[in-house]
Design a protein around this ligand. Structure first.
Ligand code: MN
Length: 233
């Protein structure tokens, strides 16, 4: 049985069990995710598959509560607005022009985590090769130097934020953004890889050791074929 099929079965069994146990009440309805056009993609792996780099508990909470909540809020905030006709990427870029940051924050975080989880798809290259490695070497000197730069800059983010490896023309760069922001509004950059350093991403597993978490992610769970597939030719 495929992973997707098994996940779908588990999810539908859980939903059926919940429906059987709970009478339909205002409370239950209030807890249901808001219906809307923006749909959280399923994880491309089972929750335990990132351990010990990221524990099952962290993946479950991060995906099931935090990431899911960004989608729920986005669907609520965009109801009956121009945004429902846009792609998630378009919502990020367009809502960044608004003074009210709520739609931007939730759309950007929904997009950021879509990119993040997809990067950990099992299989694929354990280190960059081919064109991606050539660009890393040309831009940073070596793969190790790139990891040192990405880890250093991402560790140094004050509070919550994201560290990024991005393509700018024929060069690769490291960039960071605070909070839920990302590089989409700067349309000169193509995002290749994102490291989440909100505390919900690592605190249960690494407490305050943010650099250790970043190092473990870079060394152990990235599918570098997925990263390479994001290069713009
Ligand atoms: Mn997160």
């Amino acid at each position: 049985m495929s992973v997707i099929t098994r996940r779908a079965l588990v999810a539908s069994a859980a939903a059926a069990a919940t429906a059987a146990m709970l009478p339909m009440s205002r409370h239950v309805l209030a807890q249901a995710p808001a219906p809307g056009p923006f749909v959280q993609p399923p994880l491309p792996f089972l929750e335990p598959q990132l351990a010990p780099t990221i524990s099952t508990r962290t993946v479950t909470l991060h995906f099931g509560r935090h990431h899911a909540a960004y989608f729920a809020a986005l669907n609520t905030l965009t109801k009956d607005t121009k945004y429902v006709a846009m792609t998630l990427e378009q919502v990020v870029v367009e809502s960044d022009k608004e003074t009210d940051r709520r739609i931007f924050n939730n759309a950007a975080q929904a997009w950021n985590h879509n990119l993040y989880w997809a990067t950990f798809k099992p299989g694929g290259a354990k280190a960059p090769g081919g064109k991606l490695l050539g660009m890393i070497n040309a831009s940073f000197g070596s793969f190790d130097q790139m990891k040192i730069k990405l880890k250093g800059d991402t560790t140094a983010i004050f509070g919550s934020g994201w560290g990024w490896l991005a393509q700018e023309g024929d060069k690769l760069v490291v960039a960071t953004t605070p909070g839920g922001a990302n590089l989409l509004p700067r349309n000169t950059m193509t995002t290749l890889l994102g490291i989440d350093v909100w505390e919900h991403a690592y605190y249960l597993d690494y407490e305050n050791r943010r650099p250790d978490h970043i190092q473990a992610v870079l060394d152990n769970i990235i599918n570098w074929d997925v990263v390479a597939s994001r290069l713009k030719s």
